[in-house]
Design a protein around this ligand. Structure first.
Ligand SMILES: *Cc1c(COP(=O)(O)O)cnc(C)c1O
Length: 407
């Protein structure tokens, strides 16, 4: 008898986005003239940078010619892209990462989900609340949690992020084995200092734990004092895996290219307690289950590191950061306590009331769609996420409307 993985039954239906869609549709139906502005989006809106488009085309032309045609490439990615990443994203910032520690993939979502297959089922997992739901759901699927009760899965350690600590998670008060961190954060927009990140690296070392560091929004960091990679922190090579993506950096959400960094000195332990190289395990997993990102897409990603690509991606991110600054200024002006919007495309607003009630108010009185915080965890109660991913015109119009509605 073929049986299902019962862990899937523990998963909560991701009702967040369907509920948002339902409420937006109802409002639109009642007010057909309403011009609704979406500031709830976790997806980019600007087109690909011209340098990437040009390289993308050239990659396709290469495949159209017998003399330059390419079939399967290396599963880990082409050296031209891995070398560019190592030099620009790490070595230039004194982070000791070499190109053979970089694994090109089709997404940080897949990588953050897939990586946990390297670890034992009975480890203790620490996950922030609020959180990008992928970390949580993939561990539930793998059987690392108990049942869902009162907004929480049993067996997991939730690291609560509250306003009084700037929405940064505190070090767990109990020993944990696997720790998920994401900075700049989705959904809160919070960032972490080098000193703050060092505490996590030291904690992981002391507890023989591992940090999974999601740096998908690294390109939004403009403050030169903030670490862009966990490998800028001493000791991180042994205790951290980092995830990066071209999705938010260069508008690749529909193009698909990302990478995971697994240093050769990064370790986890076998049943007898002796350290094993995670690089070997991930290399085995990646080459067994993945056949590489397409050549034209890797060409397009490599173009991010050309002088034109660097200028264009910077301009792209500046555009969203300007939107974020406008939202931040207006919401602060309205007296809200908030995080994010600086060095990050998201703002996390403490609404001072029920999150869904506030969502409805913005929808019906201002025609603006946001994301209710409870969709990201229990600590999201009373909060909404506002995203800077939209056009400047729409962001300005949305903030004007919110000001009028809430004044
Ligand atoms: C958007 C996002 C990613 C990127 O995912 P891709 O699969 O590379 O598009 C990763 N982590 C977080 C937290 C994100 O918000």
């Amino acid at each position: 008898m073929i049986r299902i993985n019962e862990n899937y039954r523990k998963l909560q239906s991701s009702y967040l986005f369907s509920e948002i869609a339902k409420r937006v549709a109802a409002h639109q139906e009642a007010h057909p003239e309403a011009d609704i502005i979406k500031l709830g989006i976790g997806d980019v809106t600007c087109p690909l940078p011209p340098a990437c488009v040009k390289a993308f085309h050239e990659g396709i032309e290469a495949l159209a010619d017998e003399t330059t045609f390419k079939g399967y490439g290396p599963e880990q990615g082409y050296p031209f892209l891995r070398d560019a990443i190592a030099a620009h994203d790490f070595q230039s910032r004194n982070a000791d990462i070499s190109s053979d520690e970089i694994f090109i993939s089709d997404g940080a979502k897949c990588d953050t989900g897939n990586i946990q297959e390297l670890f034992a089922t009975d480890i203790k997992v620490a996950i922030p609340d609020p959180v990008y739901p992928v970390y949580l759901d993939t561990n539930v699927m793998a059987g690392r949690s108990g049942a869902f009760r009162e907004g929480r899965y049993g067996g997991l350690v939730y690291m609560e992020c509250h306003a009084d600590q700037g929405y940064l998670p505190a070090l767990p008060s109990e020993p944990v084995d696997l720790i998920y961190l994401c900075f700049p954060n989705n959904p809160t927009g919070a960032v972490i200092s080098a000193a703050g990140l060092k505490e996590w690296v030291d904690f992981a070392k002391d507890n023989k734990a591992l940090i999974l560091f999601d740096a998908a929004y690294e390109a939004f960091i403009r403050d030169a004092q903030l670490p862009r990679s966990i490998y800028e922190i001493e000791g991180a090579r042994e205790v951290a895996i980092e995830f990066r993506s071209f999705s938010k950096t260069a508008g690749f959400t529909g193009t698909r290219c990302a990478y995971t960094v697994v240093p050769k000195s990064c370790r986890a332990f076998d049943a007898s307690g002796s350290p094993q190289k995670l690089h070997d395990l991930w290399n085995r997993r990646h080459t067994t289950k993945f056949n590489g990102v397409s050549y034209p897409v890797q060409c397009a990603a490599a173009a991010v590191y050309s002088p034109e690509g660097q200028d264009q991606t910077r301009e792209l991110i500046d555009y969203y950061l300007n939107n974020a600054a406008i939202i931040r200024k207006e919401m602060l002006g309205l007296g809200f306590q908030l995080a994010g919007g600086e060095n990050a495309p998201y703002l996390w607003i403490n609404t001072g009331q029920d999150a869904w009630a506030f969502f409805d108010r913005l929808l019906t009185q201002a025609g603006v769609v946001t994301t209710p915080g409870p969709g990201f965890g229990r600590c999201g109660e009373g909060h909404i996420r506002i995203s800077a991913f939209n056009s400047l015109e729409k962001v300005k119009a949305a903030m004007q409307r919110i000001k009028t509605a809430l004044h």
